[in-house]
Design a protein around this ligand. Sequence first.
Ligand code: ATP
Ligand code: MG
Ligand code: MG
Length: 545
Amino acid sequence: MSENKDFLRTIVEKDLKSNKYKEIITRFPPEPNGFPHIGHAKSICINFGIAKDYNGYCNLRMDDTNPTTEDTKYVEALKDAVQWLGFEWKGEVKHTSDYFPKIYEYAIKLIKMGKAYVDSISEEQMKEYRGTVTEPGKRSQFANRTIEENLELFEKMKNGEFKDGEHVLRAKIDMSAANMKLRDPLLYRIRHAHHFRTGDEWCIYPMYDFAHCLSDYIEGVSHSICTLEFENNRDIYDWVLDALELEPPRPYQHEFARLGINYTVMSKRKLLELVNGNYVNGWDDPRMPTIAGYKRRGYTPESILNFCEQIGIAKANSMVDVSQLEFCIRDDLNKKVPRVMCVLDPIKVTIENYEGREEIKASYYPHDVPKEGSRKIPFSNEVYIEREDFSENPVKGYNRLTLEQPVRLRYAYIITCKEIKKDANGNIIEIIATYNPNSKSGHDTSGIKVKSAIHWVDAKESKKVEVRLYDRLYKNEAPQDIEDLNPNSLSIIKDALVEPAVITQKADERFQFERQGYFYADPIDYTDEKPVFNKIVSLKDSWAK
Ligand code: ATP
Ligand code: MG
Ligand code: MG
């Protein structure tokens, strides 16, 4: 293990050393009510990562105790996310609903021990009786029911003889406990709703605080790792497992800080709003902070794993700058992907003194990337350059092509502008230029000094592609609602041009379009007739102040 162990690994090592557990067993327990986001990636990395580091295993468990919001499509998305990040769960995917019969048995055991009762007060009364942080609560008059009465009522609850909300099952703990969560917490409630797995078999559903610890125990989990907001729930977790006097070993809960990232929202509820309101194109929209979104955008699993490792595991909540995630993907792609040329906003350049056609060999990778491979770029008397790489009235310090200033076409020759052609509205439609035959890149004897090299494509042999430029989904750092969405988070360019190798040789699915950024062949919309590329990230942090 690494020298700088995080606090969770320190606990795990101590527990192994003292033989508290024979094996390290963790679980990742999402509720299947939405697609997992980058916060879940952090939890996945922690739970699966720790299990792997200590030769244990991690279960993937759907925490499906809330029948009204859950769906199998979310189960599939969760499985995809874990696998894409490179982790494996042991055996079948687990479901809390698999344990409903066992959890029910445990509830009966608690009732028989006199540690749980059926309560029948109204919701308002329950709130009133709960007390406040400074005032102790008051126990319901129904807490005095006999064990027999409680068993009978609980069975009737299960058999569907009551309406939603008529009765609940509560733990008999302490109505004046300083931790309000311990003031006779709810264990079961009635919900006449169809469950996506158990159908109409159950009309009572266990609450998180009852189901979670027991599911962990049933699976033999050693370390139940969750986020900080469950800190106060830990006392119930312990109470339930201790009250039932279960065979050891039992699991213990440990909390870590939730991941928050600026310029985005990170709750499934808010993300669902974006999907349902059509503010984005589905859960896997490349602007979404979902794992499916990052995958579709072109992020690599390695970049997300590196990010999770970099941010570390802390005990205090904090906000991570999104540029740190962008750095991780840029850093990963820099080492991996071929460089090619794409012109997003083409303007034609006719080179008067060039005749014929040639092919220019160019490496896919710069010298500092230890990878090999090259392609041939066609060159002729007609090329396209980026409109903004020519300026008729250059500002001071403009280094690219002007009426006076020559420029190098990357990998090829130096060109000089002779004349520009404009349409009736005064827009430049063509640049007439000449090239210097002695200026070929690598064999330049022309003696001409240029200030920069620009990307270009051959006019006849380039291929038309659609390019989708993505920017941050929200325009401010701590977005609250829909008004904070960035109206320019997507711009679509229909007529970008790429050099032919991008399409015909398919050197990769991810490319660096030189000087533009990193791009990914959209895994869904890309076809040979209509290639589509998503912008993954820019080459530099353009949001930096
Ligand atoms: P959300 O509020 O976004 O819906 P959740 O906590 O309700 O998230 P669950 O499906 O219950 O989502 O989460 C599964 C696991 O992932 C839990 O253990 C939870 O603590 C963890 N998790 C969720 N969000 C984050 C986050 N932002 N950072 C780290 N872990 C997270
Ligand atoms: Mg949850
Ligand atoms: Mg939630």
